[in-house]
Design a protein around this ligand. Structure first.
Ligand code: MN
Ligand code: MN
Length: 400
């Protein structure tokens, strides 16, 4: 029967399955001849054939935006990953949104703080704080914004439109369940609106009868033509931050930019790292002592193994558009398995970015303890680094 399954020769001249099979190199496993989604199997080589070091029960830690509901509006679209889709992700929820040129995410606010990363294009964001101090800024690729919980804000696509990632500091948040100006107008008696603004009821005949969410408008002129002068001034801490202007930490395998309340003071509840992993490199073995990690993959493809203690570990294949999740303190690495550079965001519900490097921990611990604990070879002991290298080469040497 096996002879009926098409095979081809790989680069080493060995026969291999044209359609990937759940068979490990050591022979474990067997053919999958039943119903299957070959396209997904091709995207999930380390899930179809997990490394033999995987073991035990770890929950699903990955979800693709491609598997979510698309909210389509005149003016843009949005889709979200919350605890409803990825139950482990209780600390943060994410929304992927695109606005057309002139498209507006309407004036609204919510009970959660909003952190955002601009993926492509440009947008104008506005806000007003509790003291009547206002904010307006244009953001482009790699720029962040942060709106503290409860503060009203808006987003509008500029000349080329835009796409961005929104992250909220509550895993059960939904962007389709926010407080919006149109919804409030629609659900307030018109005599109350009339009294509130001191104008006749007739002034409200054109108001929307439900939440607008996203709508198409014209591309606005420069900020100078739109900015409103407040007698109370502008917000004291900028709500935007240009992450790509930050000098990165560069190591042999890539780079890292860290942003949290120490360099982006407005961002009091969300911290992040933008990580670049070159082809043939990996984010080193590490963990985060202070918070769960919510990941967003921007480009490329990779794999991540999460170590959960008690003999458990599970490997996930990830690619651009995926969200990954690592519960607090669980060990992990992210390896670039493709030919393109892998860029991803590590995001945390915390005022600080914190990570512990396995390598650095071992380097700064008495040698006898480390050596005898894991029977470390002399070359391992000699290679330990006291400095953190967030991204390292793979393979480091020897085999290609
Ligand atoms: Mn918002
Ligand atoms: Mn991490």
């Amino acid at each position: 029967m096996n002879d009926d399954i098409p095979k081809s020769k790989n680069s080493e001249g060995k026969k291999q399955w044209v359609v990937p099979q759940p068979i490990r190199k050591d022979g474990a496993g067997g053919l999958d001849l039943g119903p299957r989604d070959v396209l997904r199997d091709l995207q999930n080589p380390d899930m179809l054939v997990p490394p033999p070091t995987d073991a035990g029960l770890l929950p699903n830690l990955r979800m693709s935006f491609s598997d979510t509901h698309m909210q389509l509006n005149d003016g843009g679209w949005s889709r979200e990953i919350t605890v409803r889709d990825l139950p482990i992700a209780t600390t943060l929820a994410g929304v992927n949104m695109s606005l057309t040129p002139g498209g507006v995410r309407e004036l609204h606010w919510h009970q959660q703080s909003e952190w955002a990363y601009m993926i492509w294009g440009t947008a104008r964001v506005t806000s007003v704080d509790q003291n009547g101090r206002n904010f307006i800024a244009d953001v482009g690729p790699g720029d962040l914004w942060f709106f503290p919980k409860g503060l009203p804000h808006s987003i509008q696509g500029l000349e080329d439109g835009c796409e961005f990632l929104l992250v909220f500091d509550d895993g059960s948040f939904s962007d389709l369940n926010t407080l919006s100006i149109s919804d409030w107008f629609a659900h307030t008696p018109v005599d109350i609106l009339s009294a509130n603004f001191g104008v006749p009821e007739a002034a409200f005949v054109g108001r929307p009868d439900e939440q607008v969410y996203i709508y198409q408008d014209t591309v606005p002129g420069p900020i100078s033509t739109q900015a409103i002068s407040s007698p109370y001034g502008t917000v004291p801490l900028s709500f935007t931050y240009r992450l790509l202007e930050q000098t990165p930490i560069i190591t042999p395998g890539g780079s890292v930019r860290i942003v949290d309340s120490t360099n982006f003071p407005a961002s009091t509840t969300v911290a992040a790292a933008l990580v670049e992993i070159l082809p043939g490199a990996m984010r080193e073995l590490h963990w985060h002592p202070n918070a769960d990690e919510w990941q967003y993959y921007l480009t490329g493809q990779g794999r991540m193994t999460v170590f959960g203690g008690n003999g458990t570990a599970r490997t996930f294949d990830v690619r651009a558009g995926d969200v990954g999740y690592v519960p607090v303190a669980m060990g992990h690495y992210v390896q670039n398995t493709g030919t393109d550079t892998l860029w991803f965001l590590e995001i945390f519900r915390s005022e600080r970015f914190e990570d512990i490097s396995l390598n650095q921990w071992m380097a700064l611990t008495p040698k006898q303890l480390v050596k005898d604990n894991i029977h470390a070879a002399p070359e391992l002991m000699d290679a330990l680094r006291k400095e953190k290298w967030p991204v390292v080469k793979y393979p480091p040497f020897g085999k290609k």
